[in-house]
Design a protein. Structure first.
Length: 199
């Protein structure tokens, strides 16, 4: 079994849906036969919320990373309704302050994004793909890994619409004003590393 992980709101639920569409048995936050797709599993399999499960990290054949535009991810973390158990689990593993109002929710979300991405980057990652380009990138990775795919790999769901609705995203200028310089630089480095433009 392989693990696909990432930050919260990076597209793990959609990735699991797309894998199953391709005939590859995948579970979101619970293992399928072929893949577990889970942002939580980046922290290992201890103290997971009651609805999630994962083998120990060392038991996965490979660990892949799904990435999403950092500003959209931060906006989605800030504005989504996230289960308290998920937030408590995350805060046991990385630092982020409690959310306030206005810029405060984006400060908390930016800390969560940056520190969870740092956690992911310390895993033995073998491949990564962009959720925005899943149709272009993931089938090739799956073929390289030895999976058989159907002739039509076009997603049956419209990825342009977020599964929990559209959320406001900060601009780079707003993020620079709202978060400490070191935190802004960390996010900017991840954006550059994964090929996302900064305006």
């Amino acid at each position: 079994m392989r693990l696909i992980t990432g930050t919260p709101r990076s597209g793990t639920a959609y990735t699991s849906h797309y894998l199953n569409q391709l005939g590859i048995d995948s579970g979101h936050e619970n293992p399928g036969k072929d893949f577990l797709v889970s942002w939580m599993a980046a922290a290992g399999n201890k103290d997971l919320p009651f609805w999630a499960s994962s083998p120990p990290l060392e038991e996965f054949e490979e660990i892949w990373l799904v990435v999403r535009d950092p500003l959209k991810t931060i906006g989605s973390i800030a504005c989504s309704v996230i289960r308290p158990e998920s937030m408590e689990f995350a805060q046991r593993h990385v630092y982020f302050p409690g959310a306030g109002i206005q810029s405060g929710i984006f400060l908390s979300a930016t800390f969560w994004y940056a520190n969870w991405m740092n956690l992911c980057k310390h895993l033995p990652l073998s491949r990564y793909f962009h959720i925005e380009k899943i149709e272009e990138e993931l089938p090739g990775l799956l073929l390289e890994a030895g999976y058989s795919l159907p002739g039509d790999t076009r997603p049956r769901r419209d990825l342009s619409r977020n599964s929990r609705g559209e959320h406001p995203s900060p601009t780079w200028g707003e993020l620079r004003r709202w978060v400490p310089p070191e935190l802004f630089q960390t996010v900017a480095i991840y954006a550059m590393e994964f090929g996302y433009e900064q305006d």
